[in-house]
Ligand binder design. Structure first.
Ligand code: GAP
Length: 444
């Protein structure tokens, strides 16, 4: 990934804003933090939940042929034997004997040289398994070893039969899950981009092999549409990377990559996994996971198309895309020209969608009624402290798309002024029309 000073400065600014305004900060910070683990504060958890709900709505709630699942993080250890993770889920790592830095070999620009001190005195690369180990029960020995799941999709394959029987779904259909995954990453870095604990949003779509490529193309198109229309990604911000080297069981694989300040990085993978997963779990569990088509009496092992995206990475991508500083714009609002920090977040996932700002403390009671009403339909908040300019600035910094000023006229004309975060234009809107006005602008 190409790095330059300006982009690194931008990354620092984003990290600093996230901490200052309660989006994301290091886990266990008062103890010095723990590398690769992050906590989401009040605005961060709101935004994360909004992204998660949007994904669930688009992938499950609006589709009759996709079912939801909420499985455990710890599964039977043989799940990870069957999936191949215990034997193959590893990265090559090397240590610098001089400065003791540790590296993932595939991420080193020059694998013969330490990226920290330049020494060439490096240990022989060795394999390092990324699975996180724990113990189940009172005895800490081999027999009681279990693993935190390294991807949220494996339980989908394990539960395939139960879900199909319970829902009476016929092929083709999908099963989706949102949940935590854990990887003992050698080198967690780039803020939340590579973490050791993170959330995945995954959907496995089961179909007949003959339809595999058709559904691969279908899901690829659906996911691109989602990024364009819901998360408002522009064409210069994302690209499709086609895998040339495929796993032996896979027929096709693409990644959706986005432009982070530290370079292009994978956001989502869309993979044709063939019959690999169900076949392996059938072999290892002894349960036949084939699909019986009662209409024609045929038994087949379904082919799987997977869409897999990181929730933390989606949020990081949105924050990186949204962060902006402008100076000229503040003059428009009659304020001294200084830097306005603004997050141009998509209104659908902004942590606060509407902020109610009474022009005077005397108007607080009436404004509060409006706020309570709005808060039933939109993520809202009310801010009464400081000048109106300062309050706009606070809302800009957390990406609030609409600020609603309740003024001395509002009681008489039953109208408020709605200020748009991006254009900074203001429009008088009748309170009776406000909900539909905002729904229309937000795209609900
Ligand atoms: N089931 C397929 C699978 O897990 P993956 O490419 O390893 O595939 C899918 O992960 C997505 O999960 C990635 O595209 C990324 O968004 C997210 N992800 C993977 N490793 C991550 C990490 N260490 N930190 C944050 N997100 C991660």
């Amino acid at each position: 990934m190409e790095e330059n000073k300006k982009d690194l400065e931008l990354m620092d600014k984003i990290v600093s804003l996230c901490k200052r305004r309660g989006f994301v900060f290091p886990s266990s910070e008062i103890y010095g933090g723990i590398n690769g683990f992050w906590d989401y504060g009040p605005y961060g958890s709101r935004m994360k939940r909004a992204i998660e709900n949007l994904w669930w709505h688009e992938m499950v709630e609006t589709r009759d042929n996709v079912e939801g699942l909420d499985s455990t993080i710890i599964c039977h250890p043989r799940v990870w034997k069957a999936s191949g993770h215990l034997d193959q889920f590893s990265d090559m790592m090397t240590d610098c004997r001089k400065c003791k830095s540790r590296f993932r070999v595939d991420q080193m620009p020059d694998p013969t040289k330490c990226g920290n001190c330049g020494s060439t005195d490096l240990t022989e690369p060795r394999e390092f398994n990324l699975m996180m180990k724990t113990f189940v029960g009172p005895v800490f020995d081999e027999e009681h070893t279990a693993w935190l799941r390294a991807e949220s999709c494996q339980p989908i394959f394990v539960d395939f039969h139960s879900v199909r029987v319970a829902t009476r779904q016929k092929l083709p259909f999908g099963i989706a899950q949102i949940g935590k995954a854990f990887r003992n990453e050698i080198n967690p870095r780039n803020f939340t981009f590579r973490s050791r604990e993170f959330t995945q949003m995954e959907m496995e779509f089961f179909c007949e092999d003959a339809q595999g490529m058709e559904f691969f193309e279908y899901w690829k198109a659906q996911r691109i549409k989602y990024y364009r229309e819901k998360l408002l990604f522009s064409d210069d911000f994302f690209r499709i990377y086609e895998h040339e080297k495929l796993a032996h069981y896979a027929k096709a694989a693409v990644d959706i990559e986005v432009k982070f300040p530290f370079g292009w990085g994978e956001l989502e993978g869309i993979h044709h996994r063939g019959t690999w997963d169900l076949t392996r779990h059938s072999e290892f569990s002894g349960e036949d996971l084939q699909y019986m088509d009662h209409d024609n009496g045929r038994k087949i092992m379904p082919t799987v198309i997977e869409t897999s995206v990181g929730l933390d990475r989606t949020m990081l991508a949105l924050l990186c895309r949204a962060y902006d500083e402008d100076t000229a714009a503040t003059a428009k609002e009659g304020m001294e020209e200084d830097v306005r920090i603004v997050l141009h977040l998509p209104p659908l996932v902004a942590p606060v969608q509407a902020a109610v700002l009474p022009l005077s403390k005397k108007l607080t009671e009436n404004a509060e009624n409006l706020y309570k009403d709005l808060n039933r339909h939109f993520r809202s908040e009310m801010d009464v402290t400081g000048s109106i300019g300062k309050r706009y600035r606070r809302q800009d910094e957390i990406g609030t798309p609409f600020c609603i000023t309740f003024d001395f006229e509002s009681g008489a004309d039953n109208a408020v002024t709605v200020r748009d975060r991006d254009s900074m234009t203001q429009q008088r809107v009748n309170i009776s029309q406000l909900r539909s006005y905002l729904e229309d602008k937000i795209g609900i």
